[in-house]
Design a protein around this ligand. Structure first.
Ligand SMILES: [Zn+2]
Length: 308
């Protein structure tokens, strides 16, 4: 990513900090130093660095799981809104997406348990009464950061982790595109309520996150729909390079050309008007393929091809 600087490498993945993150960190430190003094500025910088340190570990949890499934991870970049991992491919099965999405929050869960063990009664009392740099309070801050990251990421607002977990669970029953549409819809409704809550409570960071997640969901849905449309037109998208063992065709619930693919790699489904389907069926049959047409109300609604 442009304007980003390397920090370190882990599992062969470059971890980078975007210049906007460094500006954000500098802004927090400087504004706290001016208003509340140097001690508070150091403390605020410590908190911000701790949060982003655990964000990196969270992202490495996702990335290590993705690598385990053979999905390449190019880099992880720290932005003011969180970490962004660039992956070279999509998970091939819903359960792989489930595990990759769950691995990030699982890292925070493990750290939360660890710091829960380290928390002392004195630290806990101090944590609730006043913010300070007292060493006894450190585990409390780190516990709070991990519990916060865990709960925040598990909100089922696609494309956040909770939303990806939801899509993976839905995809087991209803395919990739339909589950993405449902997860996106749920995510957008949640974003709407987060935005309103943030607006009426003066929490503008929450408003920004809601906008960020809302547009993230729109972009992902667009990418999934474009990939599905490309498959429907016989194109090869990066997610369909592996020849599926079978494909089938279902009538679309949406607009005439809206496709309903299965999970990428696992099953490529297309959506074409009935007339085109008939043509495709004849074409495959003429090629000697083992195909079966499914009819409903006298119209062809599906073509199933058996591949050995
Ligand atoms: Zn995550």
């Amino acid at each position: 990513m442009k304007w980003s600087y390397p920090l370190f490498r882990a599992f062969g993945i470059d971890v980078r900090a975007h210049s906007s993150f460094l500006i954000f960190l500098g802004f927090i430190a400087l504004s706290t130093a001016i208003t509340e003094g140097l001690g508070s500025a150091i403390f605020a910088s410590f908190l911000v660095c701790s949060v982003f340190g655990f964000v990196v570990l969270h992202e490495l949890g996702h990335s290590a799981t993705a690598l385990h499934f053979g999905i390449p991870v190019k880099d992880i970049t720290l932005l003011p809104m969180g970490g962004l991992a660039r992956r070279g491919a999509l998970p091939q099965e819903p359960w792989q997406e489930f595990l990759i999405a769950a691995a990030g929050p699982a890292v925070n869960f493990c750290f939360a348990v660890l710091f829960l063990v380290l928390v002392t009664p004195a630290g806990l009392i101090g944590f609730y009464s006043s913010f300070s740099l007292a060493p006894a309070q450190f585990p409390c801050y780190l516990l709070a950061i991990n519990v916060g990251l865990l709960l925040f990421n598990l909100v089922p607002a696609f494309p956040m982790d909770g939303g990806r977990i939801l899509r993976a669970l839905l995809a087991v029953r209803m395919g990739y595109l339909r589950s993405t549409r449902i997860a996106t819809r749920i995510g957008k409704v949640l974003c709407f309520f987060f935005f309103l809550y943030g607006l009426f409570n003066g929490n503008f960071v929450l408003c920004l996150i809601a906008i960020f997640v809302y547009f993230g969901a729109s972009m992902e849905l667009y990418a999934v729909e474009s990939g599905a449309a490309s498959r429907a037109q016989g194109g090869q998208s990066s997610s369909t390079q592996q020849q599926p063992a079978w494909w089938s065709q279902f009538p679309s619930e949406g607009p005439p050309h809206a496709p309903q693919p299965g999970y990428p790699h696992q099953a490529s489904e297309e959506s074409l008007p009935s007339r085109d389907l008939q043509d495709r069926f004849e074409e495959l049959k003429a090629q000697g393929e083992n195909v079966t047409a499914v009819y409903a109300n006298g119209r062809i609604v599906a073509v199933i091809r058996q591949v050995d």
